[in-house]
Design a binder for this molecule. Structure first.
Ligand code: GLU
Length: 448
């Protein structure tokens, strides 16, 4: 039997990191087994859903590269790779639900109650054979003991989550339901509904929740809870995917940096961890740094230029070779692309505003003649490359009887506006002699 899994988000306007991980685990399982990954938007609650909320989910999945395999043909490119398949929308499947409800009613498995339709729930306990958690028998709550039946269609005609979720899993031939552990409490109801429809329930794998470091539940407001944090803050999808893989799954040899194709090879449900996963922003940032360092040059340039443009910094004024040379000085230095405009912005704008704190320390009167001497030495350089700049700065420092740092700090501040940044000699080479001298000249007026 070939595997068919699904991600079934309700469009709420944001994609929770836990939802993204659920999507990823389903996708990984489908790719690992050669099965199908289905995307189904659970949008029956018309009051809460909007096209924008759906778009948040679709663009999040596209950003992560989690392509879905089937769905109604939409005619436009909504799925990465398999462009012509949209996701399934529950709002478009009302007739299916109606038919199924009629079948339950006609078999005496559901009944009308105060305008609503209730499902006749089994009175026997149901065991959930879960692939992660093991066998789970959930005792009925007091209310359920009194009346285990539950509403499947509200009095306003709206079918409820349990019903549509099960009908869709059934009709879409879902073999494995991989979802957050918060749904474990719904699963007995779902299994009972499958039985009522006369089909065996899919296999279940409830994955542990993602908690904050202090063990509290990750809410919408917690840093890192929304996928938008990563798309907005210039993270790389490969780093986020890698990190999400480690949230509740672990390769046997405990390697932490794994590419997605590598995880596809290794991923399997029995390795999903039973205990809750703690969200660790620092580890994610570490992975991000690793992936950033390893980026092929072209992709680094592309993402860097995009991040700069987003921050309003135009790279078009400079020749491509200079832009590349400038960005090369930043490789391995920044963690996320969102750091780039502050780190490298001085290359792309003419006006340099010097950090006030640093200026207090570096732009002091005894440094002024030293920087003037360095300016004169630089102005005589015929070849203005990193090696010559370095040699000249060192010679000047020796002649002045000061450490190189005494010249490096004010010069860096004058040219970049910041107390730290890329290698000074390399950045000066990129900026060029003329601009370097002009910026030093301008800064000399600010010495006190
Ligand atoms: N729409 C449900 C949710 O977003 C889906 C639950 C499931 O995966 O079955 O939580």
């Amino acid at each position: 039997m070939s595997v068919r899994v699904r991600f079934a988000p309700s469009p709420t306007g944001f994609l929770h990191i836990g939802g993204a991980r659920t999507a990823l685990f389903n996708w990984l399982y489908a790719r690992h087994t050669g099965g199908k990954f289905i995307l189904r938007i659970e949008d029956t609650d018309a009051a809460r859903n909007s096209q924008e909320a759906v778009e948040v989910i679709l663009s999040g999945l596209r950003w992560l590269g989690l392509d879905w395999d089937e769905g109604p043909i939409t005619g436009d490119a909504t799925g990465p790779g398999k462009g012509d398949h949209g996701p399934y929308f529950q709002s478009q499947r009302k007739a299916n639900y109606q038919q199924r409800v009629e079948a339950l009613l006609s078999h005496g498995l559901a009944y009308e109650h105060e305008g609503a339709i209730k499902f006749k729930m089994t009175r026997d306990p149901i065991t959930i054979p879960d692939l992660v958690v093991g066998d789970v028998v959930r005792p009925l709550t007091d209310r359920e003991v009194q009346d285990p039946d539950f509403v499947i269609v509200r009095s306003d005609g709206q079918p409820v989550f349990h019903l549509v979720n099960v009908i869709d899993d059934l009709e879409m031939g879902i073999t494995h339901v991989i979802r957050g552990e918060d749904h474990l409490s719904n699963t007995a109801k779902h299994i009972a509904l499958f039985r009522a429809f006369g089909v065996p329930a899919p296999k279940y794998a409830h994955i542990p929740l993602i908690l904050n470091q202090d063990g509290s539940k990750m809410s919408k407001r917690d840093r890192g809870a929304s996928l938008a944090t990563y798309t907005d803050e210039g993270f790389l999808p490969e780093a986020v995917n890698n990190y999400l893989c480690l949230l509740g799954w672990s390769p046997k040899d405990n390697i932490e940096k794994l590419s997605l194709p590598e995880v596809v090879k290794r991923f399997d449900l029995p390795q999903i961890l039973r205990h809750n996963a703690k969200f660790d922003f620092e580890k994610l940032t570490w992975l991000q740094g690793e992936y950033c360092r390893d980026l092929p040059a072209d992709r680094f340039y592309e993402l860097a230029v995009h991040a700069l443009a987003k921050a309003g910094q135009d790279t078009n004024a400079l020749p491509v070779a200079s832009v590349k040379a400038a960005l090369d000085t930043c490789r391995g230095k920044i963690k996320t692309f969102a750091d780039l405009p502050a780190y490298a912005g001085f290359y792309f704008r003419d006006e340099i505003i010097c950090d006030a704190e640093a200026a207090k320390k570096s732009f002091v009167s005894e440094n002024k003649p030293r920087v003037e001497k360095l300016r004169d030495a630089f102005s005589k350089l015929v070849t203005f490359d990193a090696a010559s700049i370095e040699a000249e700065l060192k010679t000047t420092a020796t002649e002045l009887g000061v450490k190189v740092g005494v010249l490096i700090h004010p010069t860096r501040l004058a040219v970049t506006g910041h107390p730290n940044g890329p290698s000074l000699y390399h950045l000066l080479e990129v900026i060029g002699k003329e601009k370097t001298l002009a910026r030093i000249e301008k800064a000399l007026c600010q010495f006190r």
